[in-house]
Design a binder for this molecule. Sequence first.
Ligand SMILES: *Cc1c(COP(=O)(O)O)cnc(C)c1O
Length: 356
Amino acid sequence: METATANFDIQLTTKSRINEFDANNIVFGTQFTDHMLIADCIDGEWQTPKILPYGEIAYNPAIASLHYGQSIFEGMKAFKGQNGEINMFRPLENFKRFNISADRMCMAQVPEEIFIGGLEELLRIDAAWVPEGEDNSLYLRPFMFASDVYLGVRPSQNYRFMVIMAPAGKYYATPPKVKVETEYIRAAEGGVGYAKCAGNYASSLYPAKLAAAQGYTQLLWTDAKEHKYFEESGTMNVMFVIDGKLVTPQTSTTILKGITRDSLLQLARSKGIEVEERRVSVEEVIAGIQSGKVTEIFGAGTAVVISPFAAIGYEGSDYVLPEITEKSVASQLKKTLDEIRQGKIEDTFGWVWTVK
Ligand SMILES: *Cc1c(COP(=O)(O)O)cnc(C)c1O
């Protein structure tokens, strides 16, 4: 696995904050590593990327992204391997998806040597921040926003690509109760659901707030036309175990193509578990929970890997799922995926990218 190398302007911090970091007490998203990457695309030309001490940066208040939302991101993780090496998980998939999101939002394409090369450079410099420990990782956040100083609505000429990194520990403590959303939508055909663009997350906050007031920690999105078919859950893909088969909605323009989703499907197939990518109706799932055919529902994404649901709420009633055990499909898949990500078992899929 080789990526052409870009030159980086590197300015190292004189005051590392690594001593303030406690790997046993990580509060996700609040603490960032010592350095960050900034690369500017000016009139279509990528400038030499810079690695700088993490910190605040000044902006002109008229930059386009603040007003019209040309802003995209990725979410990835790096892990400490068994021999102290640093591994990323399928980073080329994030790189490709980033440029698919960029394309949909009329933004500049980021070259591989800046995206992958930048992550590698940053990880080498901030290697001490990749935490050891079972459920620990370093969350990597590449993002890009329009930086034209102009208040007209048009695609920006200038973009800023950045990477920041934040230590991550274990996610949800208890399985969430999830509400089937039948009024608001996350995405509609022809829209931007398949892009990891900032606006998708802003628009999900209001329905999530209403659901929270009703006691639900997460949403299960349904299709925009009929509210009959499942799409995703919160910011994760959703999977069902129906009659022992792993079933998930097929990807479309309204569903984000998760790398965890793809990895779990490949893993399931390799374990001899039957996989179906198809439409899954709310009706089928509710009836299936009641008859015992639907044994598991879980969200899948980089942040959590797998988040099994305790119950789903639909039109005012809660439908409780059986408790997850070690034998559950979710537990088996999560265990294997974790072991591959952490370099504990052989990576027969070629998913682990070791930083040189
Ligand atoms: C990021 C994201 C996912 C999960 O994708 P992964 O590549 O598995 O992390 C699923 N749905 C939405 C809406 C997302 O933003």
